[in-house]
Design a binder for this molecule. Structure first.
Ligand code: MGD
Ligand code: MGD
Ligand code: MO
Length: 765
């Protein structure tokens, strides 16, 4: 047996500063600067010719789906494709001309690379060849695909039970890959399928399932044209879903109003200069937000309760404010909800949420006189201890107004990764679904396990405790994305084997189990061929529409395999051909995978044909106002509780957010243009009065410290920036601040880490 060398890895990487410049925050999003920045990124990574070729094919019907966010494409996109700065950056990052090859790994050990920043690591380029890190080594070395599969199969066979393996999924994988992966995992015998959703919209899924009977949103893109009010809560579309700004623009042009609820006044929500229109280039563009409610971090329930309470009062006085016919026909729990808001005083709620009283009045007036309301939200609501309640309170408001199941109204959880919703639909799920198990049994002839699996936070705990020993990741960057970086690092390092199926190098490849494998895969933009014939796969967007995506670029290396083929390779090596499923054959034939998806799941009839062109919508009971699966066959009002933070003197609530130049843990650049911060990520935004109280000057370096369960966690070296943020609140970027998030503090019911409300103190350096 080989010995295991203790590797000297820097888990967190460097904390050095990069040379900040600060300017005034921007007052609009997009416009010409966005085009300029997008092209700069694209040309730098891909060169001019390749850039122009590929950018014209993104999000077109016969093109490939943008690997960025999950916002849907309009049915009739412009000739240019719908323009998006951050989509261009996402594609530049994937289609870069830089390569991480054998020489790279021979030159740099994992110890060396661990001292690089995430930015440097990502910029080193695309992975080109399967690589093995042996227990006694600090250098990855090349390995053949077959030998890599054999190592995985051997480690999986060596486990005492299948539950000692953990299979993570990030949300970029296609429906075909995710389906096959889930199928293999179940055949292998576990439901340990943590996925990025657990850290993302899990709270939305739980809340929406319990209240409306489907874990997805109900609106379609065209509803934005018809909406009278769009509320954007805890979401920064200018950066994270830039194409959503066109939808908000249309809403405004048709007379709709936008209410944004956010501790920050995000530039993208102030004004949009659509670069595809003359007025977006030459004139001032479109003002988006009509009312900005600057809520304190995690006081959305207080704010929504206040609005509901005031509306209820008006309804009693004047009538016709709530849609009683809708409530009587479709919902239950109305009286309890009214009794609940009765308990709170308006003064108390107003103080908790910290919003200006006049703005509350204006909002109530708007909500009172309109009935077509869409509520959009993202991580600002989901990543709190009471994330599920945040969303249930939004549903309460929509139910009261009858704003569901009709044009221009409904729920709109704005998803993260471009196929995270699809992955869940086709079976990536740690919970047991008896219906799914029966369908798999019927279709494939084996019985999937019926024991609940581990989600992200519990998988980390299991690996930390030595109860799980093999970790396999289909995409993502588990180490940096998950909470409590040092604890998670130990969890991964305790494993016998960690495997990453990836497009680009990241920190999870450096903080590994005793043995580690990197399996390089094709990206969205690349041609995927079998016997010279191009293949396509399918994805589902944020609004439940399934459509095809077909890459067009030459792959980054001839040694790459598609995700389904890699999964098939692992399964084939594990079963050595002795299984009821012909893994090799199935994994190479996407048409056949789609046929199986169609047999296992409802709503995918004729998938092979219907996914062509602009695609089709999956069934959605809320659109039909069918609540038959819920108690009494009614949509459910919920009683939501106010958060308890018990903030002591000198403590702050920190939200960990995205800069304009990153996609989760992939760092595109060091600027956060809309917030006026350039060339630095180690920053913390703070109210000027709080700075005074803490005796801090602009750009003073500080450490951030969290203390949970008597454990101190520290993130070092951040520069203080005075900013328009509520007092008592701070903002900083993830993943640098993930070290502060305790692994065992997460949302009730959804187990989503509390990344948006970490209690911290500040230590001046
Ligand atoms: N370019 C780019 N696009 C992306 C991503 C990316 O990193 N880069 N990530 C993708 C993924 S996986 C996801 S999940 C989405 C994330 O999209 P977002 O959820 O927009 O991303 P965050 O930066 O986490 O921003 C959360 C917003 O919520 C606000 N907020 C924080 N706490 C609270 C609160 O308590 N209440 C309220 N009302 N607001 C709050 C913050 O000020 C911020 O504006 O974007 C997806 N698209
Ligand atoms: N503190 C804090 N933590 C957070 C969040 C936060 O707001 N605050 N947000 C959370 C959220 S919303 C999410 S979704 C998670 C994200 O968690 P992950 O999905 O795990 O992280 P990413 O950074 O998106 O993963 C990037 C890596 O995916 C790989 N990759 C990219 N494209 C492909 C592909 O097509 N196929 C394969 N196989 N690999 C690919 C590349 O190797 C790249 O390095 O992070 C969460 N963590
Ligand atoms: Mo996400």
């Amino acid at each position: 047996m080989s010995t295991t060398k203790k590797r000297n890895i820097s888990v967190l990487g460097p904390t050095t500063l990069t040379g900040i410049t600060i300017k005034e925050p921007a007052t609009y999003a997009a416009g010409l600067p966005a085009v300029k920045v997008a092209l700069q990124h694209a040309f730098k990574e891909m060169g001019v010719v390749k850039s122009m070729h590929i950018l014209s094919k993104m999000n077109q019907k016969e093109g490939f789906d943008c690997p960025g966010c999950a916002w849907p494409d309009p049915d009739s996109p412009s000739k240019l494709g719908e323009y998006c700065e951050n989509g261009a950056k996402a594609i530049a990052e994937e289609a870069t001309n830089q390569r991480v090859d054998n020489e790279f790994f021979a030159k740099y050990s994992v110890e060396d690379l661990s001292h690089w920043s995430d930015y440097q690591i990502g910029k080193s380029g695309r992975l080109t060849q399967p690589m093995l890190l042996k227990p006694d080594s600090i250098h990855y070395q090349p390995i053949s695909w077959q030998d890599a599969y054999t190592i995985i199969a051997k480690e999986l066979h060596a486990l005492d039970t299948p539950d000692e393996a953990v299979f993570y999924t990030s949300g970029r994988s296609s429906n075909e890959a995710a389906f096959l992966y889930g199928l293999f995992i179940r055949a292998f015998g576990t439901n340990n399928m943590p996925d990025c959703s657990n850290m993302c919209h899990e709270s939305s899924g739980v809340a929406l399932n319990e209240t409306l009977g489907i874990g997805k949103g109900s609106v379609k893109l065209e509803d934005f044209d018809k909406a009278e009010i769009v509320m954007v809560i805890g979401q920064n579309p200018g950066t994270n879903h830039p194409r959503m700004l066109s939808a908000l623009q249309k809403c405004k042009e048709n007379g709709g109003k936008v209410i944004s609820i956010n501790p920050l006044e995000e530039a993208g929500l102030i004004r949009f200069k659509n670069p595809q229109e003359i007025k977006g280039v030459l004139a001032s563009g479109t003002a988006l937000t009509d009312i900005h409610l600057q809520v304190k971090i995690n006081q959305d329930v207080a704010l929504l309760k206040l609005l509901i309470k005031k509306l209820a009062k008006l309804d009693q006085e004047k009538g016709n404010i709530f849609d009683h016919q809708f409530i009587n026909t479709h919902a239950q729990g109305y009286e309890n909800l009214l009794a609940d808001v009765e308990q709170y005083s308006e003064t108390e709620l107003l103080a908790s949420c910290g919003v200006d009283q006049n703005l509350i009045h204006q909002t109530v007036e708007l909500l009172a006189s309109n009935n077509k309301i869409i509520i959009c939200w993202a991580m600002g609501l989901t990543q709190h201890k009471n994330g599920v309640d945040n969303i249930k309170e939004c549903v309460n408001l929509l139910l009261l107004k009858g704003s569901l199941g009709k044009p221009g109204a409904g729920t709109c959880p704005v998803r993260g990764h471009s196929n995270v919703q699809g992955d869940r639909t086709v079976g990536i799920m740690h919970h047991v679904s008896p219906a799914l198990n029966t369908a798999i049994q019927k279709t494939f002839g084996f019985t999937p396990p019926d024991k609940e699996g581990l989600d992200t936070v519990h998988a980390i705990e299991a690996m930390h405790q030595g109860k799980a020993k093999v970790f396999i990741a289909l995409g993502g960057n588990f180490l940096s994305a998950a909470s409590d970086t040092e604890y998670t690092a130990q969890a991964l390092q305790n494993c016998d084997l960690t495997v990453s199926i990836s497009t680009k190098l990241n920190r999870t490849h450096l903080v590994t189990g005793k043995t580690a494998l990197i399996l390089p895969t094709l990206g969205r933009s690349e041609l995927d061929t079998k016997n010279g014939k191009p293949r396509y796969f399918t994805v589902e967007n944020s609004m439940g529409k399934v459509h095809q995506s077909k890459g067009l670029l030459q792959p980054a290396s001839e040694n790459l395999k598609s995700e389904p083929e890699i999964i098939g390779g692992i399964a084939d090596a594990y079963y050595k051909g002795d299984h009821i499923v012909d893994w090799k054959n199935l994994s190479e034939d996407y048409q056949q995978i789609r046929e199986k998806i169609q047999q296992v799941f409802n709503g995918f009839e004729d998938l092979n044909n219907r996914s062509k062109g602009s695609g089709f919508y999956l069934p959605n009971n809320v659109r039909e106002l069918d609540f038959s699966k819920l108690p009494n066959q009614k949509a459910q009002f919920s009683i939501c509780h106010l958060p308890e933070h018990n903030i002591k003197e000198n403590e702050f609530i920190l939200m960990t957010i995205r800069s304009h130049d990153q996609f989760n843990t992939t760092i595109y650049g060091l600027d956060d243009r809309y917030r006026g911060i350039y060339n630095e990520r180690r920053i913390v935004l703070m109210h000027k009065d709080d700075m005074k109280k803490q005796n801090l000057q602009k750009l003073d370096p500080v450490n951030l410290i969290s203390r949970y369960d008597n454990k101190e966690r520290k993130a070092n070296n951040f520069l203080v920036i005075p900013y328009n943020i509520p007092q008592g609140n701070l903002a900083s970027y993830f993943p640098e601040t993930n070290v502060l998030v305790p692994y065992n503090h997460f949302a009730d019911k959804s187990n989503t880490p509390i990344s948006k409300s970490i209690v911290v103190t500040i230590e001046k350096i």
